[in-house]
Design a binder for this molecule. Sequence first.
Ligand code: BTN
Length: 267
Amino acid sequence: MDREARLRRALLTRGAAWPAPLEWHPKLGSTNDVLKARARGGSPEWAAVLADTQTGGRGREGRAWTSPPGGLYLSVLLRPRFEEVGFVPLAAGVAVAEVAGEYGVEARVKWPNDVLVGGAKLAGVLTESSSSSRGVDWVVVGVGVNVAVDQTSLGPLAETATSLHLEADRTPAVEEVAAGVLARLSVWYDALEGRPSRVVDAWRACAIPWWGRPVEVHTAQGVLRGTLRDVDETGALLVDREEGGVQRVLSGEVRRLRPTGSDSRDT
Ligand code: BTN
């Protein structure tokens, strides 16, 4: 049975008869880039592109996403008919953390959707979208999960990365993890329409509890220092600035500030 058929079967096991095309490639540049082209060509909602490896995997904030064999590299297409699009990245982080939980792994989400275990990165999500005068045309949700990646193939990133293989009760098949992420994302996506607070509550429940702690947020506009307050009703991060006032952050990288000499892991 090929990978697509195994994925469809794993989805059915979870009660999800997948409504759209699933493509699984041995190697791609970036699954997000391929799916973005499919989106422009009219692919339906929930179409997904997966690859065993990526040669040009992309991460958030312009970073690369090292994509050796043994990882899940999945992109899925959404065509939201509702306003609450800003919550999709949070919903994706929750979905991945929940799937890790199914294998006995206590994963936490760092805003907006880094998935960490004991401070080491297990998974990341890159959400990209296109809008027109009609509103949002499409959203591509790209998910990378270190399922059974050989740590040595990650180079220097290995120090700050982990995998399901290292953390879980058992090493799941990549298709099984893919099915879990797709199925849980579809549940949270349905919940978003009209009820985004459910997603925000679920996100808070699995977020790293840094509330009230000093942080540094690296954004395209510069570095912001302050205390982490909350996420607001649109999914944006709220930071009490050192110099006073509350700043809403739509995109950036949060780092906890610690007294010098303390452990540097993000727990
Ligand atoms: C991050 O944490 O910086 C986000 C990483 C997202 C990686 C995934 S792998 C599948 C999809 N295709 C890409 O090129 N990137 C995303």
